[in-house]
Ligand binder design. Structure first.
Ligand code: AR6
Ligand code: MG
Length: 354
């Protein structure tokens, strides 16, 4: 597919520091969250001690599959100047075979193997065959989608949703995985578009996401039609009205697992909750607070932190991502470079439709 038409009435120029913040935020969330991955409960003392010790660490903190795949998404969008599904699928495959030990999901190797054998002739077919035709409901689509929000900054909502869906369908076809990636992409784009980095109207933010998800989950507005993501957005809104919500309740109601439905809404909550101080996380910088809060929930910490980190980085901009974290996390210079290239691509698309 060639570069998609920009259909917004008045294309707006995105801020480069927000683009860099989004991709660097995602990388540091992944690298720093990876240490705690799969711990069902993260003890606050252990978390704070780990991060205090990190201040004097020079060793590189490695990224996982989340970043490995997000880099392929960014590279493909930049080099093809838009979505080329076959190109993206073949980048996923070669990246996987180059470094298969990046912590990929338990079942995704089967998709890569079939894609490789078929030369990606039908890039959507292997994913459709997963789980007896049900498709994977994992968060592997959502965890890598952030660069799409940068590329699609000025696309119509419909177009953005289509691009997110197609990128996800290369590996995941279950509706929960598709809707989860669309929700994550929409949330990152909303955070990019916010210009006042000191005041975010959380009700508006959630309301915009609910409108998007309602259209995707229940376009005909049928009574009793399942709309699991809208339900989770309601829960987030209710939690944000309360003075405090226990971590255990957050995990019970929103989730912290490898499913898209059990992690994307959680990441959104982490971002929105961390706009305000969190009593057990003594951090003034709200970007840092977002990452530590996300990890404190345990479970799929790298992926929840990468998704929350993308939103927080997009909102607060690059200079709120601690310099030391940028120095020790693998892949940060590349993330900056992809952000710049996506920024240029987005501006070129705008110019070509003026
Ligand atoms: N039915 C039953 N189990 C399922 C289904 C299903 N339809 N879908 C997924 N699972 P996968 P991902 C279970 O392999 O989404 C890594 O840590 C099943 O146990 O598609 O790319 C990443 O960083 C399957 O093995 O991977 C992500 O955080 C597992 O979900 C996370 O894993 C993962 O689905 C998911 O990555
Ligand atoms: Mg991972």
């Amino acid at each position: 597919m060639a570069a998609t038409v920009v259909r917004n009435a008045r294309p707006v120029s995105p801020r480069l520091s927000k683009y860099c913040g989004a991709l660097v935020g995602a990388v540091v969330g992944d690298c720093l969250g990876a240490y705690f991955e799969c711990k069902r409960h993260v003890k606050v003392d252990e978390l704070l001690n780990h991060f205090a010790a990190l201040d004097s660490v020079r060793k590189e903190q490695q990224f996982t599959d989340d970043t490995a795949m997000a880099r392929s998404v960014a590279r493909s969008l930049v080099e093809k100047k838009g979505l080329d599904v076959k190109d993206m699928a073949s980048r996923f495959v070669s990246e996987f075979y180059k470094e298969p030990d990046r912590g990929y999901g338990g079942s995704i190797a089967a998709v890569f193997s079939k894609l490789e054998k078929s030369g990606c002739s039908d890039p959507f077919l292997p994913a459709k065959e997963q789980f007896d035709g049900q498709g994977s409901f994992g968060n592997g689509g959502a965890m890598r989608i952030s660069p799409t929000a940068l590329y699609g900054y000025n696309l119509s909502e419909e177009e953005l949703n289509k691009v997110s869906e197609d990128i996800t369908r290369i590996t995941h076809t279950h509706p929960d995985a598709l809707r989860g990636a669309q929700l994550q992409c929409s949330a990152v784009r909303l955070a990019l578009r916010e210009t006042d980095t000191d005041h975010l109207n959380t009700n508006n933010f959630i309301q915009k996401l609910r409108t998007t998800m309602k259209q995707l989950e229940n376009p005909q507005n049928l009574d009793n039609h399942p709309q699991p993501y809208c339900d989770k957005l309601d829960t987030i809104e209710e939690f944000l009205k309360r003075d405090s919500v226990d971590c255990s309740e957050v995990v019970e109601c929103l989730g912290n697992d490898i499913s898209a439905l059990g992690s994307v809404p959680t990441a959104i909550y982490c971002f929105l909750r961390s706009l305000k101080p969190v009593d057990y996380i003594p951090k003034e910088n709200p970007f840092e607070r977002t990452i530590l809060y996300a990890i404190s929930l345990g479970g799929d910490t790298d992926t929840i932190a990468t998704m929350a980190g993308a939103m927080a980085g997009a909102y607060y901009e690059l200079d709120r991502v601690p310099q030391h974290w940028q120095d020790i996390c693998e892949g940060v210079p590349d993330a900056v470079s992809y952000a710049k290239q996506l920024h240029t691509l987005c501006s070129d698309l705008m110019d070509s439709h003026k």
